[in-house]
Structures are given as structure tokens and as C-alpha cells.
Design a protein around this ligand. Structure first.
Ligand SMILES: Nc1nc2c(c(=O)[nH]1)N[C@H]1C(S)=C(S)[C@@H](COP(=O)(O)O)O[C@H]1N2
Ligand SMILES: [Mo]
Length: 198
């Protein structure tokens, strides 16, 4: 009974801060390897796997509705940042343009430079998930994934692939870069799903 109270930090902002996380007002950069540098006009999104193959150019993506959303982000390295504001294209505005095969259940996100991360379609196709190109009403900086990155705020931030280049639809879950290196396959911060043995 008491343990239940004591486990909950007094400053969890009414449940907004997941267990084991501390708030930061900075915006730390976490990248494995070098950051690629290219213009937004040159960004493309390649659709592959269990979907009709196609490639979106930036003008084709830019023609979709533009959405600005504010939400909290949580990194597995124990920092959380509240009220971050992103502008981009909703995943739910792109999905109706894709012809998925019925077997598709997951997606492997691909980035320029080879980074990958896996998501179930349930986690990917959510109205708050964005292909973001602006942060804080400014063009997204290179080190934070500019010109174009995925933002999936309900999971740890390693799922939010920077410099996104492709969506590969697959019929079973498979590990991406960090997931092969010990991170959890799903990564829900509120369930403390940091490593594969959590
Ligand atoms: N392409 C790519 N995307 C990536 C990463 C990376 O190394 N390469 N790092 C991930 C990790 S571990 C985190 S915590 C966030 C960090 O985003 P930030 O640098 O904007 O804080 O990006 C994620 N997306
Ligand atoms: Mo991370």
C-alpha cells in the first residue's frame, strides 16, 4: 500500500513523466554514426515490402495536409522533454495512399545511412505520429533528423527515426538497429520497456 505511493515520484507531472525518467529543457542529440546532410527538396520516401512499390518525392509529400502537434518525448537514456512542438505530415494521412497486402502487420522504418527501427502497424498508424520537418516552428535541424524524421511520441525516442527514407512493410515483427543490439522490440516508456529482457 505505502510502497505504491513511494514508487511514484512527487514530480511526475500528473503521470506525464514515465518511471525512471528525468525532465530536461535541453534537446540532447543522440545519433549512432554521422548525420547525413541533404535538402528537404531532395527527401524521398520509398515504399517497399508488402505494399505496392512506390517512391514519394518531397513535392508529393508536401501536397498532403500539414499538421502541428505538441507532445512529450521520452528517450531510453532517461531524459524526457515535455511539450515539444512538431510540424509534419501525419502517418494517417499517408497510409490511405498506400496499397498494403493483407499480410502486412509491421513496418521496418529505414533511414538515410542505414539506421532502421521496427514498429507494429498499431504503433505506426496513429494520428499523433508525424513525418516531421519543423520543430518549434523552425526547419528541423540536421542533428535532430532534418530535413525529415519520424516522430512516434508514445514510444521511446529511438523509434523516431531521423532522416527517414523508407517504409518496408513486413508480415512479422523483426528487430531494427537498436532492437538487434538489446533494446526492447516495442519500447513503451510507461511500461519501462528499455531492453529486450525487461
Ligand atoms: N537515423 C537515425 N535515427 C535515430 C537515431 C540514429 O542514430 N539514427 N537515434 C535514435 C535515438 S536512440 C534517439 S534517442 C533519437 C534522438 O533524437 P534527437 O537526436 O533529435 O534527440 O533519435 C533516434 N533516431
Ligand atoms: Mo535513444
Amino acid at each position: 500500500m505505502l510502497g505504491k505511493f513511494f514508487k511514484k515520484p512527487a514530480d511526475d507531472m500528473n503521470g506525464r513523466v514515465p518511471p525512471g525518467q528525468s525532465l530536461t529543457s535541453r534537446f540532447p542529440v543522440l545519433t549512432y554514426g554521422p548525420a547525413p546532410r541533404y535538402k528537404l527538396e531532395d527527401a524521398t520516401l520509398k515504399i517497399s515490402g508488402l505494399a505496392e512499390a512506390r517512391e514519394f518525392s518531397w513535392p508529393q509529400l508536401r501536397a498532403l495536409p500539414q499538421t502541428t502537434l505538441t507532445y512529450d518525448i521520452h528517450c531510453v537514456t532517461h531524459w524526457s522533454k515535455l511539450d515539444t512542438t512538431w510540424t509534419g505530415i501525419r502517418v494517417t494521412d499517408i497510409m490511405p495512399l498506400l496499397s498494403l497486402k493483407p499480410e502486412a502487420s509491421h513496418v521496418m522504418i529505414h533511414s538515410v545511412g542505414g539506421y532502421t527501427t521496427n514498429l507494429s502497424l498499431d504503433d505506426f498508424v496513429r494520428p499523433e505520429n508525424l513525418l516531421a520537418y519543423r520543430f518549434d516552428d523552425k526547419p528541423l535541424e540536421t542533428e535532430h533528423g532534418g530535413p525529415l524524421r519520424l516522430v512516434v511520441p508514445h514510444l521511446y525516442f529511438w523509434k523516431s527515426a531521423k532522416w527517414i527514407s523508407g517504409l518496408e512493410f513486413i508480415s512479422a515483427d523483426a528487430p531494427g538497429f537498436w532492437e538487434r543490439n538489446g533494446y526492447h522490440m516495442r519500447g513503451d516508456p510507461f511500461k519501462d520497456e528499455r531492453y529486450s529482457d525487461d
